[in-house]
Design a protein. Structure first.
Length: 480
């Protein structure tokens, strides 16, 4: 029986090979055509860019913003403005053409970037003893713009973008200068040492408040004490943190951040206390000034035990005293409010009791995440406003932070009823319940207070205290 062969014969193999070669040649032709079209298109773009650079050469040299936009245009079509070109027309290498900047605009712009790179190196060396070789990009830009000390007109009009481009020219140095991002800010690292993961994490934490403690690392990151101490010790050895051993717990601060000594009498205490004790807040926290002879010190020892944080209408936040809604949201407050409360509209009117004194329950404080209090605390040293203005702005924000209306000004009668449960006090007007409180006429008590009143008249302090304490007794035990 004759058998039939299955499969392809020699002629079929020959035809398949011919077809494969034809497809390959056709594909190569298409690729060449496509590459040639792209090359022509790129040449047109580069020619247009060259003409643009010649027309606007002066602006590119002198205007940092214009220069940055031109560099972005170059990058968009694959042209590195700082890269050297070693190819002449015709494809022969010479190494004499220089960078795109030099070819298009002359050597002055090219020299600008190399001079800027030199200044960046100088700034990194000048500040290394302060920051361990980790300097903020913004600080470098500030120093470069300001110029060398003692040299008039020595500053360079350079942006942060210019500095980053200048750093690219230092790549032949073998990675001696690198850019790292920590907490959303860029830093220039000028020592040839890599940060490990733990060190980077700690430096990112420091960018939030400006400092960190061992207990903060343990509470927020869940690290063991030994691990926290080991990481911080390494950062101290490398001079990447400053040590404040005078604090209640040793604090480690970033030298790369802008620091300013705050007026700790008022503006910094409340947010800092909340952050330090966020994981273990007491049921009620009372915020008031520590000076005894200060009119703004409203809560007293005798009444603190009678505070009622669970009042139905004012649950969670108790005002120390009332105040008229007389402070309008001006320009400073508007900008600050938009930063402190980015998701809220700016109110047209602000009103709250004087002097940032209040009692808040832990439940109320926990209604905001810890990150919010970090933002409030971080704003204080970073704002350009002086402590008086920034403190006043935060003072007029606590009622909003704790969920009250922008205007929260209960009168004296309401305050004493809500805060202490003294709802039957004789109160002459909105600002006075004479047996307990009168709206002070000054922020500081008169000399010899309380033996002398506001008019300087001598009075019986023992009798005044007996009257004040009488209000806290049950009605049946009061003596008229």
């Amino acid at each position: 029986m004759a058998s039939s062969r299955r499969g392809i014969g020699l002629a079929g193999l020959t035809n398949a090979s011919i077809s494969s070669d034809q497809y390959a040649k056709h594909g190569a032709a298409l690729r060449n055509t496509h590459a040639e079209a792209l090359s022509n298109q790129l040449s047109v773009f580069q020619a247009a860019l060259h003409n643009f650079s010649l027309t606007h050469a002066k602006d590119i040299r002198s205007n940092p913003t214009f220069r940055a936009e031109f560099a972005r245009m170059c990058n968009a079509i694959g042209v590195d403005p700082l890269a050297g070109s070693n190819v002449q027309r015709g494809g022969r290498g010479s190494g004499k053409d220089g960078s795109v900047w030099a070819k298009m605009l002359g050597s002055s712009v090219n020299d600008f970037y190399f001079e800027l790179a030199v200044r960046v190196v100088e700034v990194c060396r000048e500040t290394r003893a302060e920051n361990g070789g980790m300097v903020a990009l913004a600080e470098v830009q500030k120093r470069v713009t300001k110029g060398r000390k003692g040299i008039v007109g020595g500053g360079m009009d350079a942006t942060e973008d210019d500095i980053l481009r200048a750093l690219e020219s230092l790549e032949p140095l073998g990675g001696m200068f690198t850019v790292q991002t920590l907490g959303g800010s860029k830093f220039i690292r000028s020592v040839p040492k890599e940060l490990n993961k733990d060190q980077s994490t700690v430096l990112e934490v420091i960018q939030v408040l400006g400092y960190v403690t061992v207990s903060m690392l343990r509470d927020n990151l869940g690290w063991e004490r030994a691990r926290s101490i080991a990481v911080i010790d390494d950062l101290v050895v490398d001079s990447l943190v400053w040590v404040d051993s005078q604090a209640e717990e040793t604090e480690f601060w970033s030298p790369a951040r802008k620091h300013r000594k705050l007026d700790s009498r008022r503006i910094d205490i409340a947010p800092r206390y909340i952050l330090d004790h966020y994981e273990n807040l007491p049921e009620i926290t009372i915020f008031q000034h520590g000076e005894h002879n200060q009119a703004s010190s409203t809560f007293d020892a005798s009444g603190s035990s009678d505070i009622r944080p669970d009042h139905e209408e004012d649950a969670g936040l108790l005002a120390a005293d009332g105040g008229p809604p007389e402070s309008r949201a001006g320009a400073y407050y508007k900008r600050a409010f938009e930063h402190l409360f980015p998701d809220m509209p700016v109110p047209g009117e602000i009103g709250v009791g004087c002097c940032a004194q209040f009692a808040a329950t832990a439940e109320t404080i926990y209604r905001r995440p810890k990150e919010d209090y970090m933002r409030y605390r971080q704003w204080l040293p970073e704002t350009n406003l002086d402590d008086h203005l920034s403190g006043r702005i935060l003072e007029y924000s606590w009622q909003i932070i704790f969920g009250k209306d922008a205007v929260y000004c209960p009168d004296a009668r309401t305050c004493y009823c809500d805060v202490y449960g003294l709802c039957d006090l004789p109160c002459e007007d909105d600002g006075a319940c004479s047996s307990q409180y009168e709206l002070p006429g000054s922020a500081v008590f008169p000399a010899d207070w309380p033996q002398r009143d506001w008019e300087g008249e001598i009075r019986n302090v023992t009798e005044l205290r007996e009257i004040q304490e009488m209000d806290y007794r049950p009605k049946e035990l009061r003596v008229n």
